[in-house]
Each structure stands twice: as structure tokens, then as C-alpha cells.
Design a binder for this molecule. Structure first.
Ligand code: GAP
Length: 445
């Protein structure tokens, strides 16, 4: 973990938030390369969820949330962690995370602590008008259920996908970006006919494992945890956690839950007229029926929901951890190389003129950079430092799959040297063939 944290800071992936004032616990900022990696990961998820499935639609809803939503979702009452204070070190811990140095006799009785952040909405600060920063993106998917169904004519099974920030006032944020107070989630709510839910749950577990593998997480680093009944969230009938071997231990990367008809059943109007199976509180506030009509029987059905919910930040950490390699090169030399899947790499290619101030070389390099940039594969960099060795080392360390060197033969022959990040093999290629080649590299073809 220390090596990763240090690489992240040195190369501009992730910084402690507000570091110049001593930082703020549980908050991190993504730097120039981190934002590229994170965006690429989110795009890969969006492609796999929304673009590759005609029955899944996207959503980008507000973060500030009406408290009524979080009342009926159960978060106001149940989104809590038991917390204890240590009278010896004067610190507060989650009951299951008390460090060994705190003695049992120094701990207070556990108290429930709600993890949601509250903030004033509007000009009056007396607490009469407030909102929550959403603790999960899921709730706005449920409250927009009818809007999406009506505007996109969906029938079961279908899904709504959303990527966005979530906030939790974690008592003990720790392990770098693993447990933070502000993070991003990639959530799919997949609505199915009651009765088909268990089959869909299994299908989604497998689909999500396949996806993580495509992002460079080998299955040997993953374990599935079938959450026992007494540990299930209040909305869940069954949850499978995808556990990853993080540098600090085996922990949750994604949870895939069968939320039954709990959420739509909690937020719908006319609950008594619908055959809701989950145990929901009476809702007198909703003005919308959150159900779908069976075309044949004309019966209104409250769908069950399968929810794969992944953390973007935990994904970034797992992917960087897998990609991070220190290789021995002989003669006492070594290199650090980030073997990211090319579609996730922050920089797709670096074009490096052999000599910094040579007009002809720089012109060919900068023309090629512009040409490659227009392919829309992601960031292409013109590395005009004049130091090829340094350029290779830097791009190995940040995971650039391809370095393209423009030398004096490029002027005569219209060719360049391509260096592969992983094998370090070099080959000569016609400049006109490089765009097509790069498309293949980035798309893993
Ligand atoms: N909507 C369901 C839900 O929010 P969750 O298991 O609480 O379920 C889903 O969260 C995912 O969000 C987790 O698997 C994890 O990847 C990420 N996550 C949750 N809390 C987090 C935190 N404090 N810091 C970073 N990621 C977090």
C-alpha cells in the first residue's frame, strides 16, 4: 500500500484533499492521471451496462436528497454503525474496528451513529429545511422509476444505471481510498418479475465477475462472500459480496444484492392495492404508483430489484494494485511498471521526438500526436523532453501502453519506433499505420 500511495502522489494520480492545510480525513483528490484512470473505469462500466444492453437506461440524478426519500428508504432509522469511544486515547471507533491497543475497560457502551451528512437547504440555517448528501445513488433510481418507464417504454426485465458521488460520515475512514467519506459508486438497479429474481441474481454475479476480469482483476484475487442473514442490509433478501485481496486484506469491492420489492414498495403510493412482499412502512406521502402493468394479465406488479453496486475508488485501488509491478532488468537495475489494461491507461500513447529542439522531428511528432488524439481513444502526450530513457521510465510507471519515438530515419522513411510497455520490445512501423495499430492496442484486439 505504501508503494502505491507514494506512486499515486509522485506521478499525480491521487492526493490527500486539502493537503496544504493538513488534509481532511477520508477525503482524496484525483490528480491529472487519476482523473483519466477513473474516467476510463467509469466509461468501461457505462459501456458494459448501458451501451451493451438495450434494456438498460442511464440516469444522473441530484446528490442533495429530500429527507422524505431517506425516511421511506429506511436510511434515517437504520443507516447506522455502532460506535464506541476509548477513554484512554480519546478516539472514536466503529465497534468492529477497535484497535488492539485500546483496552476493553476503557471503552464506552456502543451507541448508534447515523452515517448520513445533513446540510441546510435555502437561506435559513435553523435546521427547518435540510437535505442529505445521498449515502447511495440507488434511491434516486427508485424515485425516478416511473419517469424512466414512461419516457422509454420499458417492460420487465430492464435496468437503470447510475454513476455518481455518495457520502458517508464513516467513523474511521482508512486504508487510503478504500474507506472514505466522499466516494463514487457505479450502481445498476435491474428490475425483474418476482420469482425470477434468484436466477437474475446469479446471472448478475457472474456478469460482474467477468467485467472485473476484463478490467485486469484476475479471479485468483477475488473471493465471493455470501452474506449471512444476520448481516444483511435491511432491504436485502440475499447479498453476494465480491471480495478482493486489497493490500490491507480481503475486503468488499462490490456488493450484489437482491433488494426484492422493498424499495419500490416503500416509495409507492397505494401500497395496499399492490401485492408487496417486503416488510415496508406505510407511505402516506408518495404521489406516484411505482409498479408496472403486466401486458397479458393487466395486473400491476411491483418488480423485484437486483442491484450490483460497485465502488469506483475501490475499483481504482484494486486495479492499480494488480497493475503495479517492480521488474528486475539485470545489472542491478529495475523498473516500476503499471501493467494497466490499455483501455484504462491514463495516457494511451506518448510521442517522443529524439531531440528536443529539432524542428523537423518535433513537427512530425506533434502532427502524429494530433492525428492520434483525434481518434478519441483518450489522452495522447507529446513528450518533448529530449530524454528517451527518462520518457520510457515515466510512461512505464504511469502505465502508457505505447511509446512512439520519432528519430532522424522518420524524416527520410516516414517511420517511427514503437516500444511496447509490457515486453519492452521495439519495432519499426510506417507512421501512417500507427493510428490503426493504436486502436487495436487500446481496444485489446
Ligand atoms: N446501494 C447499495 C450500497 O450502497 P454498499 O455495500 O453500502 O451498498 C456499495 O456500497 C459499494 O460502494 C461497496 O461495495 C464499495 O465498493 C463502495 N463503498 C461503500 N462505502 C464506501 C466508502 N466509505 N468508501 C469507499 N467506497 C465505499
Amino acid at each position: 500500500m505504501d508503494d502505491l500511495v507514494s506512486l499515486c502522489k509522485r506521478r499525480g494520480f491521487i492526493f490527500q484533499s486539502g493537503e496544504i492545510y493538513g488534509g481532511m480525513q477520508g477525503m482524496y483528490d484525483y490528480g491529472p492521471l487519476g482523473v483519466e484512470l477513473k474516467n476510463n473505469l467509469k466509461q468501461a462500466w457505462w459501456n458494459a451496462m448501458v451501451y451493451e444492453n438495450d434494456n438498460i437506461e442511464g440516469l444522473d440524478a441530484a446528490i442533495l436528497t429530500n429527507p422524505t426519500i431517506l425516511k421511506y428508504s429506511g436510511h434515517e432509522d437504520t443507516f447506522t454503525d455502532p460506535m464506541v469511544d476509548c477513554k484512554s486515547c480519546n478516539q472514536r471507533f466503529r465497534l468492529d474496528q477497535v484497535p488492539e491497543h485500546c483496552k476493553k475497560e476503557d471503552l464506552t457502551e456502543p451507541r448508534q451513529f447515523n452515517l448520513m451528512f445533513k446540510t441546510n437547504v435555502g437561506p435559513i440555517e435553523d435546521g427547518s429545511s435540510f437535505g442529505y448528501l445521498r449515502p447511495e445513488t440507488a434511491q434516486s433510481i427508485f424515485t425516478n422509476f416511473k419517469n424512466v418507464v414512461d419516457s422509454s417504454s420499458k417492460s420487465l426485465p430492464f435496468g437503470i444505471a447510475q454513476i455518481g458521488k455518495a457520502f458517508r460520515n464513516e467513523i474511521t475512514p482508512r486504508n487510503f481510498i478504500f474507506r472514505v467519506r466522499e466516494f463514487e459508486q457505479m450502481e445498476l438497479e435491474f428490475f425483474v418479475e418476482p420469482g425470477s429474481d434468484e436466477d437474475w441474481h446469479k446471472k448478475w454475479v457472474q456478469k460482474r465477475l467477468d467485467w472485473w476480469e476484463d478490467q485486469g482483476i484476475p479471479m485468483k484475487s477475488i473471493e465471493l462472500y455470501d452474506v449471512p442473514n444476520d448481516e444483511l442490509a435491511h432491504y436485502s433478501k440475499g447479498t453476494v459480496d465480491v471480495m478482493y485481496k486489497f493490500p490491507h486484506g480481503l475486503e468488499e469491492l462490490e456488493g450484489i444484492a437482491n433488494r426484492t420489492d422493498f424499495d419500490l414498495g416503500s416509495h409507492t403510493k397505494n401500497q395496499n392495492e399492490l401485492n408487496i412482499s417486503a416488510n415496508v412502512v406505510e407511505n402516506k406521502s408518495s404521489n406516484t404508483r411505482l409498479a408496472i402493468q403486466n401486458i397479458e394479465t393487466k395486473e400491476w406488479v411491483v418488480p423485484y430489484v437486483i442491484e450490483p453496486s460497485a465502488g469506483v475508488d475501490r475499483g481504482v485501488l484494486a486495479i492499480m494494485n494488480e497493475a503495479y509491478n517492480v521488474e528486475t532488468l539485470g545489472e542491478g537495475k529495475e523498473r516500476t511498471v503499471l501493467k494497466l489494461m490499455p483501455h484504462l491507461s491514463p495516457v494511451k500513447a506518448a510521442v517522443i521526438p529524439l531531440k528536443k529542439n529539432n524542428e523537423e522531428l518535433v513537427k512530425i511528432a506533434s502532427d502524429l500526436k494530433s492525428r492520434l488524439q483525434k481518434l478519441n481513444l483518450g489522452r495522447i502526450i507529446l513528450e518533448n523532453t529530449g530524454n528517451i530513457g527518462k520518457g520510457y521510465r515515466r510512461h512505464d510507471e504511469i502505465g502508457t501502453p505505447l511509446c512512439i519515438t520519432i528519430d532522424f530515419d522518420s524524416i527520410e522513411e516516414n517511420t517511427a519506433t514503437l516500444r511496447d510497455r509490457d515486453t519492452m520490445n521495439q519495432e519499426r512501423m510506417e507512421i501512417d499505420k500507427i493510428p490503426e495499430y493504436l486502436i487495436k492496442v487500446v481496444n485489446g484486439l
